[in-house]
Ligand binder design. Structure first.
Ligand SMILES: [Zn+2]
Length: 166
């Protein structure tokens, strides 16, 4: 007897199935290879005849809902970048002055900011799938919050530089 799918962990859609569906689709519709742009209409195997790339069929949402997540990521990464640039400037100045030890005592808020924004960027990347399922209102609110947090952190750092350092 041949092995059936009963009791095995074989996914409902196996590679063979998607390959058949892919070929059935390409028998009726034209599509181009995502890598080389070659026309795949009438394809007989699941490989691009031009570049040899293995192809498979996928299901994707019509609206990927990535705008809010991307906006938030750019916001938080900007905060990280701002702290990194300022810290880099102070590191350079400290090396020139020969007071490198001060980098770990006097400019601790910059290190703190760097860790906070770095941590938030990491958390935000983990939230991508979750955020895409949120309502539009929540997505916008969180994306704006990321930029708000970066704006607040940047203003705080500028204030610190003007009042405490200079
Ligand atoms: Zn190709």
């Amino acid at each position: 007897m041949t092995n059936t799918s009963e009791g095995t962990s074989t996914p409902a859609t196996t590679a063979g199935d998607t390959s058949d569906l892919l070929l059935a689709l390409l028998a009726r519709r034209d599509a181009t290879c995502p890598l080389c742009g070659y026309s795949l209409k009438g394809l007989t195997t699941s490989k691009c005849p031009e570049c040899g790339t293995e192809l498979e069929l996928h299901i994707r949402p019509t609206h990927p809902r990535m705008a809010a997540w991307t906006t938030g990521l750019v916001g938080l990464a900007s905060g990280f970048g701002f702290y990194l640039i300022i810290l880099g400037f102070f590191t350079w100045a400290a090396i020139l002055d020969g007071h490198v030890g001060d980098l770990f005592t006097e400019v601790w808020p910059m290190w703190l900011g760097l860790w906070v924004y770095g941590g938030l960027v990491l958390v935000w990347t983990k939230l991508m799938r979750w955020l895409r399922r949120c309502t539009r209102r929540t997505r916008i609110l969180l994306a704006v919050s990321c930029w708000g947090f970066t704006a607040g952190g940047s203003v705080a750092l500028i204030w610190l530089l003007l009042v405490v350092v200079f």
